[in-house]
Design a protein around this ligand. Structure first.
Ligand SMILES: [Zn+2]
Length: 247
């Protein structure tokens, strides 16, 4: 018999199965997205009870059957307790997980997305940054990691670096005055453009160390939302709740 594999990861979602079990979607470093059963996880005395909740991060020892994977044991190092203290933060966190799940595939290296998700959930519990900014940063960086990085350093059509003032979600980035003719695009202030460049170039560990003005935040929100509308073909279930929170 093979030694039981151990993976490092975070629970993205947990679905009840029958009276006692749960089916977990776990984003792992080693294997990307996996679906695994947590047997008995709904029982109050189960050692998997707390591990079988969204955001639980740690190591999971797996048992691989012929057609399914089962979690044999879990050692959780971060439950994101601070995050769970606020309903708004929970909804934002669930949305982040659903967004990561949308892109995640089996048998791929999940290290970078896991790192981004981890840092972003931590940032949600820091009121100074603000949830809407965390969401913009998270989404933009996730796009970049998934091969959909918006081009914000030069004109996406001709490569010119000067006078970039409009963003085209359809073209996938900034446009110079010559290339934007006849195209609508979203106007982008120089502060918002600079912020976009920081978001898309800083190491993940340093992403949540700045804040922006209200004006820049509303530009970033608009750009990110329109970019998402063009490049993501699924509506996240958890997004409806965010709308209520941000009203
Ligand atoms: Zn151009």
């Amino acid at each position: 018999m093979n030694e039981a594999p151990t993976v490092t990861g975070m629970v993205l979602s947990a679905m009840p199965v029958g009276d006692y079990d749960k089916r977990l979607i776990i984003l792992t470093k080693e294997r990307g997205r996996i679906s695994a059963f947590a047997k008995g996880a709904k029982k109050p005395n189960s050692p998997l009870l707390a591990a079988s909740e969204p955001f639980s991060f740690g190591t999971f020892t797996l048992y691989e059957g012929r057609s399914s994977i089962t979690v044999a044991s879990a050692e959780i190092t971060n439950y994101f307790q601070e995050l769970r203290g606020s309903l708004e933060n929970i909804y934002y966190g669930l949305y982040f997980c659903e967004f990561a799940d949308y892109f995640a595939r089996e048998n791929e290296d999940g290290t970078q997305v896991l790192k981004l998700l981890y840092q972003s959930l931590r940032a949600l519990s820091k009121p100074a940054i603000g949830r809407r900014l965390v969401r913009c940063i998270y989404e933009l960086r996730l796009f970049a990691l998934e091969g959909l990085m918006p081009q914000v350093f030069f004109c996406v059509k001709c490569g010119k670096k000067e006078a970039l003032a409009r963003f085209s979600p359809e073209e996938g980035g900034m446009l110079c005055p010559e290339c934007q003719r006849g195209k609508s695009g979203i106007p982008v202030s120089s502060s918002a453009l600079y912020t976009l460049q920081v978001i898309l170039s800083e190491p993940i560990e340093s992403l949540y160390r700045f804040t922006v003005t209200k004006e820049v935040l509303s530009e970033l929100t608009r750009i990110t939302a329109q970019y998402r509308a063009v490049h993501v073909d699924k509506r996240m279930n958890s997004e409806e709740m965010l709308k209520l929170i941000d009203m």
